[in-house]
Design a protein around this ligand. Structure first.
Ligand SMILES: *[C@@H]1O[C@H](CO)[C@@H](O)[C@H](O)[C@H]1NC(C)=O
Ligand SMILES: *[C@@H]1O[C@H](CO)[C@@H](O)[C@H](O)[C@H]1NC(C)=O
Ligand SMILES: *[C@@H]1O[C@H](CO)[C@@H](O)[C@H](O)[C@H]1NC(C)=O
Length: 353
């Protein structure tokens, strides 16, 4: 007879003791893992989202690792409510009515993810962020931040910084300096930047930079100098009309460049200079009417080129010279009336036209 069966038989003989024993265990279990009403708990996650809360439950359990307070009506927080949450690692406060980065008291030290997206925060400062010694992801998308100053960030181990959909119109020199050792992803789309100061991004570990939907009309040479790990740069919908020589110089590991929905008029090797590892170049929905001879001299690895919805009239013999690895070429929605003999000569790997 197995031990389990024996135990069941024994228990059946002593029903009262068995019930008492299991009853005790049950109570203890609940005591350890009590979930603060009206929140829901799963594992070490405490979910207090979407409850129209104006204040935080005051009995947050000490075992909380992930705390979700998103989609409520929180206007401010008292750091004292978090005392004792020594294991707290991720806290979501997105979609509330906060007007500043909250003070979380001593537990800030161990927080790695802080989401404050969709609040009403107008500024960020070193003092507010200083206590977050372990912060890796900071989401401040959809707030009211107007500028980034040199004093905005203390030294933090941040890898992901999301600042899209704010009102940022100025980047002060040195504003990212304190994040330079760790930052990998920086999102600044849907802001009000009308220029990008040259060499503002001294971020040697940055992999992805997003600047879609700003108001940058012109990119000067060396603007992105200092980003030698960058893999992708997105600058759609800016009204870009001028890319100066060496605009992307220094991006020596870039793979993807997205420039759709701008006002570019020509492709030249001047602005493509230095993009030696570029594989995907998206230039759809611009006003490009001219591809200069030797334009592709510095982009030998290009695999996909989108020139759709532009104003190309002629494809010359030189138009695609040097693109021997190109797989996909999109040139639909242009006004092409002349294609030179041999315009596609040398495109040995082309699959899709
Ligand atoms: C941070 O976490 C460590 C270990 O996970 C713990 O020992 C320490 O007490 C925590 N610090 C705070 C301030 O909660
Ligand atoms: C960087 O952080 C330190 C403290 O963490 C601070 O004193 C300094 O002003 C910050 N800004 C710059 C640009 O160094
Ligand atoms: C593009 O440039 C043309 C002429 O230079 C201008 O009229 C037009 O408004 C510009 N479009 C955008 C989206 O900036």
């Amino acid at each position: 007879m197995s031990a389990a069966k024996q135990l069941l038989l024994d228990a059946a003989k002593l029903p009262i003791v068995f019930l008492l024993f299991s009853g005790l265990e049950f109570t203890l279990g609940v005591g350890e893992r009590a979930c603060p009403s009206p929140c829901r708990c799963v594992g070490d996650q405490v979910d207090c989202s979407r409850l129209k809360l104006g204040k935080i439950p005051d009995n947050l359990p000490p075992w909380t690792v992930q705390l979700d307070l998103s989609h409520n009506r929180l206007q401010s927080l008292h750091g004292s409510l978090f005392t004792g949450l020594r294991l707290l690692s991720e806290i979501k406060l997105n979609n509330n009515e906060l007007r500043s980065v909250p003070e979380l008291g001593p537990c800030s030290t161990n927080v790695t993810l802080l989401s404050l997206a969709n609040n009403r925060i107008p500024t960020i400062s070193q003092e507010q962020l200083l206590a977050f010694h372990s912060l890796e992801t900071l989401d401040l998308s959809n707030n009211n931040i107007g500028e980034l100053k040199a004093s905005s960030f203390p030294v933090l181990p941040l890898r992901n910084l999301f600042l899209s959909s704010n009102r940022i119109s100025a980047l002060e020199s040195g504003c990212f300096q304190n994040l330079s050792g760790t930052l990998e992803v920086l999102r600044l789309s849907r802001n009000r930047l009308s220029s990008v100061p040259p060499k503002i991004f001294q971020l040697p570990n940055l992999l992805h930079l997003e600047l879609n939907r700003n108001r940058v009309r012109r990119i000067d040479g060396l603007t992105f100098h200092g980003l030698h790990s960058l893999r992708s740069l997105k600058m759609q919908r800016n009204g870009l009309s001028r890319l100066m020589d060496g605009a992307f110089w220094g991006l020596s590991n870039m793979e993807l460049l997205q420039l759709e929905y701008n006002n570019l008029t020509e492709v030249s090797k001047g602005w493509l200079y230095g993009l030696l590892t570029l594989q995907w170049l998206h230039l759809g929905h611009n006003a490009i009417s001219r591809i200069r001879p030797d334009a592709w001299e510095f982009c030998p690895k290009l695999a996909e080129l989108d020139l759709g919805s532009n104003q190309l009239v002629r494809l010359e013999e030189s138009s695609f010279v040097g693109l021997s690895l190109l797989h996909q070429l999109h040139i639909g929605n242009n006004r092409i009336s002349f294609i030179a003999d041999g315009a596609f000569r040398g495109l040995a790997h082309l699959h899709t036209l």
